[in-house]
Write a protein that binds this ligand. Structure first.
Ligand SMILES: [Fe+2]
Length: 399
């Protein structure tokens, strides 16, 4: 199955073994899948200032600027910067024309993810399946062509104002899409900086309204053929104040994993309620970036000023933690010093850490994840994590 590596993974010189370790890639038979998905294509953001955000992802997240579209290239409405790290691609959009619809989007939602776009081998087959299952098709299948070839695309509506653009770039060898020009970083990386801070996207979590989680699980099951991975309900992830429900769906090869959260009724406003209020509806809550050296990544990001959620000392001093996690690759003191959490399940363990929200609104944030066999999402850490989030909510006056 080496031939199923995506173009981005090959360019990033990742191999099958690394991807199995990094993101839990599994073998599966795409021929029987009515909606085969190869993997992620891009995470498309709308932000208040794409020019500065692109610099942020280069300097702080160590990403490479690879492509650009804007007024200088004939795109009058907005600027778009394409950044990559390993196989992960971000596209950052910011409105230029005063009447750009992107500015309206930003007014409603603040900085956030508008499009979780997916690479598929056959756009038309996916759209046929989506239509048959009653999905909302935002853009019918169409071609974009330039001197580098042709890309076939279509767009489906997902939760809130989020969409999934389906991309078949098998007949295209340009840098991103027609309309974009190659662009390289103007940012000069520090000499001691690691070559790359993360290699791939692991999962993207969606927050949806109370009572709608199962509808969206059903959407991904029925329309996109995703299967349910794990389930966390009720008391599993309740703290004294707030609760949420969460289910996880994944595509056939498990590259694309979508945990979906909804708020659960609790004594105080949950972090999901806070997100829904400040994002103005459902949206992408966090993106997990896969790294093979979370300690180096955290150190590099902290050195650039990224703020991570604090983990209480009690988390590391708890004798049950040591019993629960067993042997991990680094001493617990090293994890403690960086606030990195550990979780273990029957398949192995994972290390993870969460940033504070990256924008002005208490909405989207990042997770760094280093997997060692575990295909989970850190269920054993949810309580400690949510208590850390609640301390931040309280400081914002939103608990
Ligand atoms: Fe996560």
């Amino acid at each position: 199955m080496t031939d199923v590596l995506t173009g981005e993974e090959k360019l990033a010189r990742l191999d099958l073994g690394q991807l199995q370790q990094l993101v839990g890639l599994v073998e599966y038979d795409a021929s029987a899948d009515p909606f085969p998905v190869t993997g992620w294509d891009a995470v498309v953001w709308v932000v208040g200032n794409a020019t500065q955000t692109a610099l942020f992802y280069q300097s702080v997240f160590g990403m490479d600027l690879v492509a650009y579209a804007g007024p200088e290239t004939g795109q009058r409405d907005h600027k778009a910067y394409v950044l990559t790290s390993g196989a992960c691609r971000f596209v950052v959009l910011g409105g230029v024309a005063p009447d750009s619809p992107l500015l309206d989007h930003h007014r409603r939602h603040g900085d956030g993810v508008v499009d979780i776009s997916l690479e598929v081998p056959d756009v038309d087959r996916c759209i046929r399946q989506a239509r048959a299952q009653g999905a909302t098709i935002v853009a019918e299948a169409h071609d974009l062509t330039d001197e580098h070839g042709t890309v076939r695309l279509a767009t489906l509506q997902a939760y809130g104002d989020t969409v999934h653009t389906l991309v078949d770039r098998s007949r295209y060898d340009g840098i991103y899409l027609p309309g974009y020009v190659e662009r390289s970083s103007t940012y000069r990386r520090r000499t001691a900086a690691p070559r790359r801070l993360f290699q791939a996207l692991d999962h993207v979590v969606g927050n949806v309204e109370l009572g709608r989680m199962d509808d969206w699980v059903a959407f991904y099951n029925r329309v996109m053929g995703f299967t349910n991975l794990a389930e966390f309900i009720g008391d599993d992830i309740a703290t004294d104040y707030s609760a949420l429900m969460s289910k996880v769906v994944a595509n056939g090869n498990h590259r694309v994993k979508f945990p979906l959260n909804e708020p659960a009724v609790a004594r105080r406003k949950s972090q999901i309620d806070e997100f829904l209020e400040f994002y103005g509806g459902p949206g992408a809550q966090h993106l997990a970036l896969a790294t093979n050296d979370i300690l180096a990544t955290v150190d590099a990001m902290r050195a650039e000023g990224v703020e991570f959620l604090d983990t209480p000392d009690s988390y590391y001093n708890d004798p049950q933690l040591r019993a629960r996690i067993g042997e991990v690759r680094v001493p617990i003191d090293e994890l403690h010093a960086r606030g990195i959490l550990v979780d273990r399940d029957e398949d192995g363990y994972l290390l993870q850490v969460f940033t504070k929200p990256i924008g002005d609104r208490p909405t989207v944030f990042f997770e760094l994840i280093e997997r060692h066999g575990s295909l989970g999402f850190g269920k054993g850490n949810f309580k400690a994590l949510f208590e850390a989030i609640e301390r931040e909510q309280e400081r914002r006056g939103n608990l």
